[in-house]
Design a protein around this ligand. Structure first.
Ligand code: PGA
Length: 236
């Protein structure tokens, strides 16, 4: 059975690298070697790496050789169904043995390009929590309430919720702190007990402000380069 930490981030900040559909296996190995060479203990971050499913095995094998407890392994999606007749889906069962701690669910790119609904995301939360994986539920401020209503409240404290501003994702236009702060408050009141992240063009130069008002960050583009990402983690 895979195991999770229940979504509790305490004083450590959660830094989640979302590589999306970038990197072949060789590039993944190069990244991990590069990051391992730069990694220090000089920070208060719990780091999670979310590769494509094709690299889960490679990342897991390599992370076992790291001296530090983290990075942990995460995935970018999970099936909303259990193991069974769901061609092409990756279920929690498929991931057994890799000690996947986190799963991103409901990323705006999944909603936009793959038609993922609030209910499908809620079903993914159930699959994760019932199998010891902490879901990282992505929401835009447009549908925070609808998404929280679709998820049973007993799961909120087991979730990490990431505010992802659509216009800030992959654009270099990170969202101003005052707006992020308001949305974070709305998320905290809608998902009682959840840890809350911000995502959208976070990099090593702007991360500090976000860490003051959140429990961590979800990082896309700036996680692709191991040197930049190591510096970003050191800012925590
Ligand atoms: P970005 O992506 O850091 O490239 O904006 C964030 C995300 O979509 O997870």
């Amino acid at each position: 059975m895979v195991s999770g930490n229940g979504g509790i981030v305490d004083f450590m900040k959660l830094v989640v690298a979302n590589w999306k559909s970038n990197k072949n296996n060789g590039e993944v190995i190069d990244w991990l070697d590069g990051y391992q060479a730069k990694q220090t203990t000089n920070h208060n971050a719990t780091v999670v790496i979310c590769p494509a499913f094709t690299a889960v095995s490679t990342v897991w094998e390599k992370l076992k050789l790291f001296r530090e407890k983290t990075p942990f392994l995460g995935v970018q999606d999970i099936s909303s169904f259990p193991a069974g007749r769901y061609t092409g889906a990756i279920s929690v069962k498929n991931l057994e043995g890799f000690d996947v701690k986190y799963a991103i669910v409901g990323h705006s790119e999944r909603r936009r390009y793959f038609g993922e609904s609030h209910q499908a995301v809620a079903n993914k939360v159930v699959q994760c929590v019932e199998n010891g994986i902490t879901p990282i539920v992505c929401v835009d401020d447009e549908y925070i309430r609808q998404q929280s209503v679709a998820i049973e409240s007993k799961y909120y404290s087991k979730c990490v919720v990431a505010y992802e501003e659509l216009g800030a994702i992959g654009t270099g236009n990170n969202e101003p702190l005052d707006h992020v702060s308001k949305v974070i408050d709305l998320i905290r009141s809608s998902f009682d007990g959840a840890s809350v992240l911000y995502g959208g063009s976070v990099d090593k130069d702007n991360i500090k402000g976000y860490l003051e008002i959140t429990d961590g960050v979800l990082v896309g583009t700036a996680s692709l380069d191991p040197d930049h990402f190591a510096q970003l983690v050191e800012s925590c």
